[in-house]
Design a protein around this ligand. Structure first.
Ligand code: PGA
Length: 236
């Protein structure tokens, strides 16, 4: 088995009645590199399988926000990973780099692994601002975070999410190299970088050839168990 991390971001999909069928397809899966991120309300059903569970979000603080869920609570139920800074939250819910920084610190304090999502919009891409946006997102999201050993960066160009558009292998490779070098320069530490955006069972074959990548974040294609299992099989 390879060592690439495979993260499934189920987003707001699935009604309660669909959960058991989905999970049935995973009962024989034994993959320490697989992380599935369901909605909060379904998390308890996803525990106790041979994969890890991640949350799609977390509260920036430990107490005092009615309706929110803290990193300490997530960790106490057995959630190992937390996704932070997904572009849907940054853009549609106005989540700032300061919010994201607070979420990262709360999660690391609760001993969870953080998947920090970053990436440029189409407009930023066209204006050749990709590198500066990535730099700002990394610098501000990781402000005052001294140990990056439990942080993974997910590079997800916003224009590639749910659009069936994927950057070229060369573009992904050079961006991942840029991110790794930047983090090394800024923090004197190595960091794992995964790619996300319109991954499917066909394009994964070529994406999986990018040696420098440490894994993949899969949204839409993780909702259908057969499609997701095919992708997992091709990565592993
Ligand atoms: P997608 O989503 O795979 O459907 O493009 C990825 C994501 O939103 O993390």
């Amino acid at each position: 088995m390879g060592n690439k991390l495979i993260v499934g971001n189920i987003k707001m999909n699935m009604r309660f009645g669909e959960i058991s069928n989905y999970l049935n397809q995973f009962k024989n899966v034994n993959n320490k590199n697989l992380v599935i991120c369901p909605s909060y309300i379904y998390i308890p059903y996803f525990l106790n399988y041979n994969f890890s569970v991640g949350s799609q979000n977390v509260c920036s603080f430990d107490v005092g926000y009615t309706g929110e869920i803290s990193a300490r609570q997530l960790s106490s139920i057995g959630v190992k990973y937390v996704m932070v800074g997904h572009s849907e939250r940054r853009i549609k819910l106005n989540e700032s780099d300061i919010d994201i920084n607070n979420k990262i610190r709360a999660s690391l304090h609760a001993k969870m692994k953080v998947i920090l999502c970053i990436g440029e919009t189409l407009e930023e891409f066209k204006l050749l601002k990709k590198d500066s946006v990535i730099k700002r997102q990394i610098r501000d999201s990781l402000f005052n975070v001294s140990d990056l050993s439990n942080v993974i960066i997910a590079y997800e160009p916003v224009w590639a999410i749910g659009t069936n558009k994927v950057p070229s292998i060369e573009d992904i490779t050079s961006t991942v190299i840029y991110i790794k070098q930047l983090v090394k320069q800024m923090y004197k530490q190595d960091i794992k970088v995964i790619y996300g955006g319109s991954i499917n069972e066909k394009n994964i074959v070529n994406l999986n050839k990018i040696d420098i990548l440490d894994g993949f974040l899969i949204g839409g294609a993780s909702i259908n168990p057969n499609q997701f299992l095919e992708i997992i099989e091709k990565i592993s």
